[in-house]
Design a protein around this ligand. Structure first.
Ligand code: S3P
Length: 339
Protein backbone atom coordinates (compact mmCIF):
# COMPACT_ATOMS: atom_id res chain seq x y z
CA UNK A 1 0.00 0.00 0.00
CA UNK A 2 2.81 2.37 0.95
CA UNK A 3 5.43 0.90 -1.36
CA UNK A 4 5.30 3.85 -3.75
CA UNK A 5 6.90 5.90 -0.95
CA UNK A 6 9.63 3.41 -0.10
CA UNK A 7 13.19 4.60 -0.79
CA UNK A 8 15.55 2.25 -2.61
CA UNK A 9 18.21 3.02 0.00
CA UNK A 10 18.56 4.73 3.34
CA UNK A 11 21.68 6.57 4.47
CA UNK A 12 22.67 8.45 7.61
CA UNK A 13 23.42 11.56 5.57
CA UNK A 14 24.24 12.80 2.06
CA UNK A 15 27.85 12.86 3.19
CA UNK A 16 27.81 9.22 4.20
CA UNK A 17 27.18 7.59 0.80
CA UNK A 18 29.82 5.62 -1.10
CA UNK A 19 29.77 7.72 -4.28
CA UNK A 20 32.92 6.14 -5.71
CA UNK A 21 31.18 2.78 -5.62
CA UNK A 22 28.02 4.20 -7.20
CA UNK A 23 30.12 5.59 -10.04
CA UNK A 24 31.70 2.18 -10.52
CA UNK A 25 28.19 0.71 -10.65
CA UNK A 26 27.51 2.98 -13.63
CA UNK A 27 25.69 5.94 -12.06
CA UNK A 28 26.55 9.31 -13.61
CA UNK A 29 23.95 11.85 -12.46
CA UNK A 30 23.00 12.93 -8.92
CA UNK A 31 19.90 14.97 -8.16
CA UNK A 32 19.88 16.60 -4.71
CA UNK A 33 17.21 18.14 -2.61
CA UNK A 34 18.78 21.08 -0.71
CA UNK A 35 17.04 21.88 2.57
CA UNK A 36 17.82 19.42 5.34
CA UNK A 37 19.50 17.15 2.78
CA UNK A 38 22.67 19.17 2.15
CA UNK A 39 22.40 21.96 4.72
CA UNK A 40 20.08 23.04 7.51
CA UNK A 41 16.84 24.51 6.27
CA UNK A 42 17.45 27.88 4.58
CA UNK A 43 21.23 27.87 5.03
CA UNK A 44 23.75 28.75 2.33
CA UNK A 45 26.26 26.30 0.94
CA UNK A 46 29.04 25.58 3.41
CA UNK A 47 32.51 24.04 3.20
CA UNK A 48 31.10 20.53 3.59
CA UNK A 49 28.83 20.91 0.55
CA UNK A 50 31.62 22.47 -1.52
CA UNK A 51 34.05 19.70 -0.59
CA UNK A 52 31.47 16.99 -1.40
CA UNK A 53 30.54 18.49 -4.77
CA UNK A 54 34.18 19.04 -5.72
CA UNK A 55 34.78 15.37 -4.97
CA UNK A 56 31.74 14.38 -7.05
CA UNK A 57 32.90 16.53 -10.00
CA UNK A 58 36.29 14.89 -9.76
CA UNK A 59 34.79 11.39 -9.76
CA UNK A 60 32.89 12.37 -12.91
CA UNK A 61 29.33 12.90 -11.64
CA UNK A 62 26.99 15.50 -13.00
CA UNK A 63 24.95 17.24 -10.31
CA UNK A 64 21.57 18.97 -10.29
CA UNK A 65 19.85 20.64 -7.33
CA UNK A 66 16.09 20.10 -7.32
CA UNK A 67 14.25 22.20 -4.79
CA UNK A 68 10.62 23.04 -4.12
CA UNK A 69 11.93 26.31 -2.70
CA UNK A 70 11.81 29.54 -4.66
CA UNK A 71 14.34 31.18 -6.98
CA UNK A 72 16.17 33.55 -4.57
CA UNK A 73 16.91 30.80 -2.01
CA UNK A 74 18.01 28.22 -4.58
CA UNK A 75 20.09 30.69 -6.64
CA UNK A 76 21.87 31.90 -3.51
CA UNK A 77 22.77 28.33 -2.61
CA UNK A 78 23.82 27.52 -6.18
CA UNK A 79 26.08 30.60 -6.39
CA UNK A 80 27.76 29.69 -3.10
CA UNK A 81 28.92 26.45 -4.71
CA UNK A 82 29.48 27.43 -8.34
CA UNK A 83 31.63 30.42 -7.34
CA UNK A 84 34.12 27.87 -6.00
CA UNK A 85 34.46 26.31 -9.44
CA UNK A 86 32.01 23.42 -8.88
CA UNK A 87 29.96 22.50 -11.94
CA UNK A 88 26.29 21.89 -11.25
CA UNK A 89 22.77 22.73 -12.37
CA UNK A 90 19.74 23.87 -10.41
CA UNK A 91 15.98 23.84 -10.68
CA UNK A 92 13.79 25.81 -8.25
CA UNK A 93 10.06 25.66 -7.58
CA UNK A 94 10.26 22.04 -8.70
CA UNK A 95 6.81 20.90 -7.51
CA UNK A 96 8.13 17.56 -6.28
CA UNK A 97 6.64 14.90 -6.37
CA UNK A 98 5.67 15.97 -9.88
CA UNK A 99 7.79 14.06 -12.40
CA UNK A 100 8.33 16.96 -14.74
CA UNK A 101 11.40 18.46 -13.09
CA UNK A 102 13.11 15.16 -12.28
CA UNK A 103 13.00 14.60 -16.04
CA UNK A 104 14.28 18.11 -16.69
CA UNK A 105 17.14 17.50 -14.26
CA UNK A 106 18.16 14.41 -16.25
CA UNK A 107 17.88 16.37 -19.46
CA UNK A 108 20.22 19.14 -18.28
CA UNK A 109 22.69 16.59 -16.92
CA UNK A 110 22.47 14.42 -20.05
CA UNK A 111 21.71 11.31 -17.97
CA UNK A 112 18.98 8.67 -18.00
CA UNK A 113 16.63 7.04 -15.49
CA UNK A 114 19.03 4.12 -15.27
CA UNK A 115 22.18 6.07 -14.39
CA UNK A 116 20.68 8.80 -12.19
CA UNK A 117 20.18 8.81 -8.42
CA UNK A 118 18.08 11.06 -6.24
CA UNK A 119 19.09 12.05 -2.71
CA UNK A 120 16.61 13.72 -0.37
CA UNK A 121 15.19 13.78 3.16
CA UNK A 122 11.44 13.62 2.56
CA UNK A 123 9.32 10.65 1.57
CA UNK A 124 6.20 12.25 0.14
CA UNK A 125 7.94 14.75 -2.08
CA UNK A 126 11.56 13.69 -2.74
CA UNK A 127 11.36 9.89 -2.71
CA UNK A 128 7.85 9.59 -4.07
CA UNK A 129 8.75 11.82 -7.02
CA UNK A 130 11.90 9.82 -7.74
CA UNK A 131 9.93 6.56 -7.58
CA UNK A 132 7.25 7.92 -9.91
CA UNK A 133 9.94 8.97 -12.37
CA UNK A 134 11.69 5.58 -12.09
CA UNK A 135 14.90 6.86 -10.48
CA UNK A 136 16.68 5.06 -7.64
CA UNK A 137 16.37 7.12 -4.47
CA UNK A 138 18.34 7.57 -1.26
CA UNK A 139 16.46 8.77 1.81
CA UNK A 140 18.79 10.61 4.21
CA UNK A 141 18.11 11.69 7.77
CA UNK A 142 17.08 15.37 7.91
CA UNK A 143 20.00 17.53 8.99
CA UNK A 144 18.18 19.46 11.69
CA UNK A 145 14.97 19.38 13.60
CA UNK A 146 14.09 23.04 12.92
CA UNK A 147 11.68 22.57 10.04
CA UNK A 148 8.84 24.39 8.37
CA UNK A 149 5.42 23.61 9.80
CA UNK A 150 4.16 21.80 6.66
CA UNK A 151 7.12 19.43 6.94
CA UNK A 152 6.75 18.95 10.71
CA UNK A 153 3.17 17.86 10.15
CA UNK A 154 4.22 15.23 7.63
CA UNK A 155 6.93 13.61 9.78
CA UNK A 156 4.61 11.32 11.84
CA UNK A 157 3.15 10.03 8.59
CA UNK A 158 6.65 9.40 7.27
CA UNK A 159 7.39 7.45 10.46
CA UNK A 160 4.37 5.25 9.82
CA UNK A 161 5.48 4.56 6.24
CA UNK A 162 9.02 3.79 7.37
CA UNK A 163 7.65 1.39 9.96
CA UNK A 164 5.96 -0.63 7.19
CA UNK A 165 9.00 -0.26 4.97
CA UNK A 166 11.25 -1.85 7.63
CA UNK A 167 8.69 -4.55 8.36
CA UNK A 168 8.51 -5.36 4.68
CA UNK A 169 12.31 -5.55 4.43
CA UNK A 170 12.47 -7.90 7.39
CA UNK A 171 9.82 -10.12 5.82
CA UNK A 172 11.79 -10.21 2.58
CA UNK A 173 14.92 -10.97 4.54
CA UNK A 174 13.27 -13.95 6.21
CA UNK A 175 12.76 -15.35 2.77
CA UNK A 176 16.26 -15.15 1.38
CA UNK A 177 19.92 -16.08 1.79
CA UNK A 178 22.85 -13.71 1.98
CA UNK A 179 25.66 -14.79 -0.32
CA UNK A 180 29.13 -13.35 0.19
CA UNK A 181 31.56 -13.36 -2.71
CA UNK A 182 35.00 -11.81 -2.97
CA UNK A 183 38.70 -12.38 -3.11
CA UNK A 184 40.52 -14.48 -0.56
CA UNK A 185 41.22 -12.39 2.52
CA UNK A 186 38.33 -9.97 1.99
CA UNK A 187 36.72 -11.06 5.26
CA UNK A 188 33.86 -13.24 3.97
CA UNK A 189 34.04 -15.70 6.87
CA UNK A 190 34.40 -13.19 9.71
CA UNK A 191 31.70 -10.92 8.27
CA UNK A 192 29.46 -13.86 7.37
CA UNK A 193 29.56 -15.31 10.88
CA UNK A 194 28.62 -11.98 12.44
CA UNK A 195 25.84 -11.35 9.93
CA UNK A 196 24.42 -14.82 10.56
CA UNK A 197 24.44 -14.17 14.28
CA UNK A 198 22.64 -10.84 13.82
CA UNK A 199 19.91 -12.26 11.60
CA UNK A 200 19.59 -15.59 13.38
CA UNK A 201 20.68 -17.30 10.13
CA UNK A 202 22.81 -20.38 9.68
CA UNK A 203 26.39 -19.74 8.55
CA UNK A 204 27.67 -21.91 5.70
CA UNK A 205 31.18 -21.84 4.24
CA UNK A 206 31.38 -23.63 0.88
CA UNK A 207 35.07 -24.50 1.37
CA UNK A 208 34.26 -26.22 4.68
CA UNK A 209 31.36 -28.14 3.07
CA UNK A 210 33.73 -29.50 0.44
CA UNK A 211 36.38 -30.37 3.00
CA UNK A 212 33.88 -32.18 5.25
CA UNK A 213 32.47 -34.12 2.35
CA UNK A 214 35.83 -35.38 1.12
CA UNK A 215 37.52 -35.60 4.49
CA UNK A 216 40.45 -33.65 3.04
CA UNK A 217 41.59 -30.07 3.19
CA UNK A 218 41.36 -27.96 0.04
CA UNK A 219 45.13 -27.94 -0.51
CA UNK A 220 45.04 -31.75 -0.26
CA UNK A 221 42.16 -32.00 -2.75
CA UNK A 222 43.90 -29.64 -5.19
CA UNK A 223 47.24 -31.42 -4.83
CA UNK A 224 45.89 -34.97 -5.19
CA UNK A 225 43.03 -34.46 -7.69
CA UNK A 226 43.80 -31.14 -9.40
CA UNK A 227 42.15 -27.73 -9.52
CA UNK A 228 39.50 -28.72 -12.07
CA UNK A 229 38.20 -31.42 -9.76
CA UNK A 230 37.97 -28.88 -6.93
CA UNK A 231 36.12 -26.39 -9.16
CA UNK A 232 33.61 -29.12 -10.12
CA UNK A 233 33.02 -29.78 -6.44
CA UNK A 234 32.31 -26.09 -5.93
CA UNK A 235 29.64 -26.25 -8.65
CA UNK A 236 28.04 -29.35 -7.12
CA UNK A 237 27.92 -27.77 -3.66
CA UNK A 238 26.42 -24.59 -5.11
CA UNK A 239 23.70 -26.56 -6.92
CA UNK A 240 22.78 -28.31 -3.69
CA UNK A 241 22.66 -25.05 -1.75
CA UNK A 242 20.08 -23.61 -4.14
CA UNK A 243 17.69 -26.31 -2.87
CA UNK A 244 18.67 -26.07 0.78
CA UNK A 245 16.20 -23.33 1.67
CA UNK A 246 16.48 -19.84 3.06
CA UNK A 247 17.90 -17.94 6.01
CA UNK A 248 21.54 -18.83 5.48
CA UNK A 249 24.60 -16.64 5.17
CA UNK A 250 26.79 -18.39 2.62
CA UNK A 251 30.47 -17.55 2.35
CA UNK A 252 31.79 -18.74 -1.00
CA UNK A 253 35.31 -19.62 -2.11
CA UNK A 254 37.01 -16.75 -3.96
CA UNK A 255 37.04 -18.67 -7.25
CA UNK A 256 33.43 -19.88 -7.24
CA UNK A 257 31.95 -16.89 -9.14
CA UNK A 258 34.42 -17.31 -12.00
CA UNK A 259 32.72 -20.28 -13.69
CA UNK A 260 29.92 -19.03 -15.92
CA UNK A 261 27.63 -21.88 -14.87
CA UNK A 262 27.90 -20.73 -11.24
CA UNK A 263 27.07 -17.08 -11.84
CA UNK A 264 23.31 -17.30 -12.36
CA UNK A 265 23.05 -19.81 -9.53
CA UNK A 266 24.76 -17.50 -7.08
CA UNK A 267 22.16 -14.82 -7.74
CA UNK A 268 19.39 -17.40 -7.57
CA UNK A 269 20.72 -18.48 -4.20
CA UNK A 270 20.09 -15.10 -2.57
CA UNK A 271 21.20 -11.54 -2.12
CA UNK A 272 24.78 -11.39 -3.33
CA UNK A 273 27.20 -9.03 -1.59
CA UNK A 274 30.73 -8.68 -2.90
CA UNK A 275 33.34 -7.80 -0.31
CA UNK A 276 35.78 -5.91 -2.49
CA UNK A 277 39.46 -5.18 -1.97
CA UNK A 278 41.80 -2.89 -3.84
CA UNK A 279 44.35 -4.88 -5.90
CA UNK A 280 47.32 -3.20 -4.24
CA UNK A 281 46.16 -4.53 -0.86
CA UNK A 282 45.78 -8.14 -2.00
CA UNK A 283 49.20 -9.43 -0.93
CA UNK A 284 48.85 -8.00 2.57
CA UNK A 285 45.33 -9.39 2.92
CA UNK A 286 46.23 -12.99 2.09
CA UNK A 287 49.51 -13.27 3.91
CA UNK A 288 47.91 -15.34 6.69
CA UNK A 289 45.55 -17.34 4.44
CA UNK A 290 46.19 -21.09 4.28
CA UNK A 291 45.27 -21.91 0.62
CA UNK A 292 47.71 -19.84 -1.34
CA UNK A 293 48.84 -22.41 -3.85
CA UNK A 294 46.03 -21.48 -6.28
CA UNK A 295 47.15 -17.86 -6.32
CA UNK A 296 50.25 -16.33 -7.95
CA UNK A 297 53.13 -15.58 -5.60
CA UNK A 298 54.20 -12.52 -7.58
CA UNK A 299 52.53 -9.38 -6.15
CA UNK A 300 51.94 -7.72 -9.52
CA UNK A 301 50.29 -10.82 -10.96
CA UNK A 302 48.21 -11.13 -7.84
CA UNK A 303 47.05 -7.51 -8.15
CA UNK A 304 46.13 -8.15 -11.80
CA UNK A 305 44.15 -11.22 -10.74
CA UNK A 306 42.20 -9.15 -8.20
CA UNK A 307 41.40 -6.53 -10.85
CA UNK A 308 40.13 -9.20 -13.25
CA UNK A 309 38.14 -10.97 -10.60
CA UNK A 310 36.64 -7.76 -9.19
CA UNK A 311 35.23 -7.12 -12.66
CA UNK A 312 33.40 -10.44 -12.52
CA UNK A 313 32.36 -10.09 -8.87
CA UNK A 314 30.84 -6.68 -9.64
CA UNK A 315 28.81 -8.13 -12.52
CA UNK A 316 27.26 -10.75 -10.28
CA UNK A 317 26.82 -8.89 -6.99
CA UNK A 318 23.67 -7.03 -6.04
CA UNK A 319 25.92 -4.83 -3.90
CA UNK A 320 29.65 -4.22 -3.52
CA UNK A 321 31.25 -3.12 -0.27
CA UNK A 322 34.86 -1.97 -0.59
CA UNK A 323 36.40 -3.27 2.62
CA UNK A 324 39.84 -1.62 2.57
CA UNK A 325 40.40 0.20 5.82
CA UNK A 326 37.12 -1.00 7.37
CA UNK A 327 36.83 -3.11 10.51
CA UNK A 328 34.73 -6.30 10.48
CA UNK A 329 31.99 -4.51 12.43
CA UNK A 330 31.97 -1.65 9.97
CA UNK A 331 31.61 -4.06 7.05
CA UNK A 332 28.80 -5.89 8.86
CA UNK A 333 27.08 -2.52 9.42
CA UNK A 334 27.40 -1.69 5.70
CA UNK A 335 26.06 -5.10 4.76
CA UNK A 336 23.07 -4.70 7.06
CA UNK A 337 22.29 -1.37 5.47
CA UNK A 338 22.32 -2.96 1.99
CA UNK A 339 19.47 -5.25 2.90
C1 S3P B 1 40.21 -19.78 -3.81
C2 S3P B 1 39.76 -19.26 -2.62
C3 S3P B 1 39.59 -20.07 -1.41
C4 S3P B 1 39.40 -21.53 -1.75
C5 S3P B 1 40.42 -22.02 -2.72
C6 S3P B 1 40.48 -21.20 -3.98
C7 S3P B 1 40.38 -18.88 -4.99
O1 S3P B 1 38.46 -19.62 -0.68
O2 S3P B 1 38.14 -21.78 -2.28
O3 S3P B 1 41.66 -21.99 -2.10
O4 S3P B 1 40.54 -19.36 -6.12
O5 S3P B 1 40.31 -17.65 -4.81
P1 S3P B 1 38.40 -18.24 0.21
O6 S3P B 1 38.22 -17.13 -0.77
O7 S3P B 1 37.16 -18.42 1.05
O8 S3P B 1 39.64 -18.16 0.99
Amino acid sequence: MFSRFYPAEMAESSYDIDYEELYRQGYRGLIYDIDNTLVEHGNDANEQVIALFRRLNKIGFRICLLSNNQAPRVRRFYRGVSIKGVKLHYIFNAHKPSRKNYRRAMLVMGTTKKNTLFIGDQLFTDVYGANRTGIRSFLVKPINKREEIQIVLKRPLEKAVLFFYRKNRLRKLKNTNIVLIGFMGSGKDAVGKKLAEKFGYEFIDTDRLIEERLGMTIPEIVRSKGEEYFRDLETIVLKELVFKGKQNVISTGGGMPLARKNQKRLRKLGYVICLGIEPENAAERIKDEPYRELLPADEKQLARMVTERMFIYRMIAHRVIMTDGLSTDEIVGEAERCL
